[in-house]
Design a protein around this ligand. Structure first.
Ligand SMILES: *Cc1c(COP(=O)(O)O)cnc(C)c1O
Length: 351
């Protein structure tokens, strides 16, 4: 049997550790739908405190966090402003359109980081004929734009601009703790003043499932009703929440190691001169780059890498994304980088 590749496809590829599985097995449980699962309640309280928000609700996925937040904050026919490469716009099977009935105004930007001026220009004047600009959504860190971290000042500027025009503000913090690991700025400082914010447990934190959506008590009450309506209410979810609590205790401080591994890969790939990085240097655990041989598609490059034991992802626009995580050791990161360089050299030489 072939050994498993070094998997840089996504930080969703982690497997729960032995310690996490033990914590899950030992979880105290109850009926989550009735608000009686003590472990889930504890997880929600801990994440709400971490994000400086009043309350939280456990969700099966980050996708449901975004969808429910949009459902709570908007009415059908409203418009949502977000980045043109955001998860809400390009994935999630257009749930915002299909289920919330909103249209999306997608702002172009270099790395998922747009300006307050763009937000101001994107907000439509109230008119009988125009959709109502209702909600601003921002990703911290940006996923398909290459793991970039919004500077705190700019994040506040776009938020204040939106608020000034009466929009609600939603922070897609799938990797918010990666932003904190990169800058030392507390997650609560990033999330302050946002009407809703969430973190994913199944990305860099290494859980098998789950996310926690936070906001005011009134927001969470409405979010709970949508969660139930969409079939997201659970029963003995403490088994899953226990993984989240374990991750908050054991897997947050180590996110910096993922960033160091991303930087190590970047150094090796940069030195060979065959790759172009965008952003020019990774801020967090995501690398986004093109292979500088125009005739070779990202998909073909990814296939060649897989044959050499490294799994990366072609993400469109001929970009390749490589993501470091819990299950990639420093030695494996370097090994993967050297394998990618070997593939690039072979392809560039016409092999
Ligand atoms: C992964 C991701 C989501 C969706 O989270 P799932 O848990 O995979 O449903 C949403 N937004 C961003 C920025 C993400 O990276």
């Amino acid at each position: 049997m072939k050994p498993r590749p070094i998997d840089l496809y996504s930080d969703t590829q982690t497997r729960p550790t032995a310690g996490m599985r033990a914590a899950m097995a030992a979880a105290e449980v109850g009926d989550e739908q009735s608000g009686d699962d003590p472990t889930t309640l504890r997880l929600c309280a801990e994440v709400a405190a971490l994000l400086g928000q009043e309350a939280g609700v456990f969700m099966p996925s980050g996708t449901m966090c975004n969808l429910v937040a949009i459902l709570v904050h908007t009415s059908p026919g409203d418009e949502v402003i977000c980045d043109h490469q955001s998860h809400i716009y390009g994935t999630e099977a257009a749930g915002a359109a299909a289920l919330a009935g909103v249209s999306i105004r997608a702002l172009p930007s270099p790395h998922g980081i747009f300006t307050a001026r763009q937000v101001a220009d994107g907000i439509r004047p109230r008119a009988r004929t125009a959709p109502r600009s209702a909600l601003l959504c921002v990703e911290q860190t940006t996923n398909f734009s290459g793991g970039a971290v919004w500077p705190l000042a700019q994040l506040r500027e776009v938020r204040d601009t939106a608020r000034g025009h009466g929009l609600r503000c939603h922070l897609d913090g799938a990797r918010l703790l990666n932003a904190s690991a990169a800058t030392g700025i507390a997650a609560a400082d990033y999330a302050a003043g946002w009407d809703s914010a969430w973190i994913d447990l199944s990305k860099g934190l290494g859980c098998p499932v789950g996310a926690v959506l936070c906001g005011s008590a009134a927001f969470v009450r409405d979010a709970w009703q949508w969660k139930y309506r969409l079939g997201g209410a659970m029963r003995q979810s403490g088994v899953l929440a226990a993984a989240g609590l374990y991750a908050l205790e054991h897997h947050v401080a180590r996110l910096a190691a993922d960033h160091a591994n991303a930087l190590a890969i970047w150094r090796i790939l940069s030195a060979c001169g065959l790759f172009r990085f965008d952003p020019p240097r990774p801020d967090s655990n995501i690398l986004r780059f093109t292979f500088d041989a125009p005739a070779v598609r990202a998909e073909a490059f990814a296939e060649r890498c897989l044959a050499e034991g490294v799994r990366v992802r072609a993400i469109g626009g001929n970009f390749i994304r490589a993501t470091t995580h819990l299950d990639v050791a420093p030695r494996e990161a370097e090994q993967a980088a050297h394998a990618m360089v070997a593939v690039a050299r072979a392809v560039a030489a016409g092999a």
